[in-house]
Design a binder for this molecule. Structure first.
Ligand code: SF4
Ligand code: SF4
Length: 393
């Protein structure tokens, strides 16, 4: 059976409608237009995994996906979800670019190395140039996901593509452009939808913290709302208690994950579970420096505060220094407490940072030596086994 692209799109639209995902229908080539008042959105994806798009499609709490795509947003361009492709899709983006006032969403990181040639939005337009071009006429820029907001996984050492956060990319050429960071790996759909809803409803940005994140969602440390906090203060660590010794970075990360949770089953209902609820420690995915600054994920993330119970691990943690001082800065700026433990945590020093760095270096060297020894053993065994044995390899 011959199936043209147009037939395919029609079939997909019909399937989407049958599934109740009516919004997808509006991305078809023959789209008649959105409801008046819908917020125009151009969604670009740089060096990313599309995880934040997938996460957004799980939106239920504020708006279901179909309501979001049909009534709330007027998505002009979204390479992953839109039905149009090739020249038609590019033309749709360019047409939107000519009109002012759209919300520009950037998902994924923006590589700057080699003039941005590591990532193209479409032939002839790098993600770097695309972000600069599309930001010009945008009313607001949302950096969705930790890659876009802070560099994230794509900026992990040694950052071969020279990734930079969107805010830094725009800082030089468009210093007055409003950039809102909505980090997370992936970002929570409610954080994205809630921020857009605020923009539409009030016409202004929500209050942001020092990392340009909406305070409504990122005000508190994970630790602050964690159901294991009493175990933490009592010094009870382990899989059935506080996960600190198993690497939890909840003291260093901000977000309302503990109360909002993920995978909301119905409108206005919190999600069904979250990282710590699934007995995996928080890996600090909403913070600048993630993932390198939060690694190793599953090793102790530093001592508990003095006087807060026994069983505290002894390794110093460099990352803690940064976040604690950040929290203390914000506390003094806002006159309010950020974290139940911040005030009790001792300020750590550069010496401890150095100790931590040396510890990680030594461990990496030890592992490399073990691997070398294992390889040498294997080679020696192969030599002893002779050519007959090698035939079977
Ligand atoms: S360290 Fe992690 S598991 Fe323990 S109380 Fe804090 S956030 Fe919860
Ligand atoms: S609990 Fe931590 S790792 Fe999990 S989503 Fe929230 S900030 Fe990210």
């Amino acid at each position: 059976m011959d199936l043209t692209r147009r037939d395919f799109l029609r079939a997909m639209s019909a399937v989407a409608a049958a599934l109740g995902v009516k919004g997808l229908d509006t991305f078809a080539d023959e789209t008649p237009g959105k409801l008046p008042g819908a917020a125009p959105v151009v969604w670009l994806e740089g060096q990313g995994c599309s995880g934040c798009s997938v996460s957004l499609l799980n939106s239920i709490f504020f708006n279901t996906t179909d309501d979001l795509l049909l009534n709330v947003l007027d998505v002009k361009f979204h390479a992953t979800v839109m039905a149009a492709a090739g020249t038609r899709a590019i033309e749709a983006a360019q047409a939107a670019q000519g009109q002012e006032g759209y919300v520009l969403v950037v998902e994924g990181a923006v590589p700057t190395g080699d003039d941005g040639r590591y990532c193209y939005l479409w032939p002839g337009l790098t993600a770097l140039q695309g972000v600069l071009d599309f930001a010009q006429n945008a009313s607001t820029v949302l950096a969705v996901g930790s890659c876009s907001a802070f560099g994230g996984v794509a900026a992990g050492s040694p950052n071969p593509t020279g990734v930079q956060p969107v805010s830094e990319i725009l800082n030089t050429s468009l210093p007055d452009k409003l950039v809102i960071n909505i980090p997370g790996c992936p970002s929570h759909p409610d954080w994205v939808v809630g921020t857009i809803a605020h923009l539409i409803t009030y016409g202004t940005a929500p209050t942001l913290d020092s990392q340009l994140r909406p305070r409504d969602f990122f005000q508190n440390k994970i630790h602050r709302e964690c159901p294991n906090f009493d175990d933490y203060t009592a010094g009870n660590f382990g899989l059935d208690a506080c996960l600190l010794e198993l690497g939890c970075k909840g003291r260093n990360a901000r977000g309302d994950c503990a109360t909002r949770k993920w995978n909301s089953p119905a409108k206005a209902q919190p999600g069904v579970n979250w990282c710590i609820g699934a007995r995996s420690g928080c890996i600090g995915c909403t913070e600048p420096g993630f993932p390198d600054g939060m690694s190793p994920f599953y090793e102790s993330s530093g001592p508990a505060a003095a006087g807060e119970g026994g069983g505290a691990p002894s390794k110093p943690d460099a990352k803690l220094d940064v976040t604690v001082s950040d929290a203390q800065e914000e506390s003094s700026a806002t006159g309010e407490s950020n974290d139940r433990t911040d005030q009790r945590l001792p300020t750590r020093t550069l010496t401890q940072y150095e100790k931590r760095r040396r510890y990680l270096e030594q461990r990496a060297k030890a592992r490399a030596a073990q691997q070398r020894a294992a390889r040498q053993r294997l080679e020696a065994e192969r030599r002893m086994a002779g050519p007959r044995q090698l035939e079977y390899e």
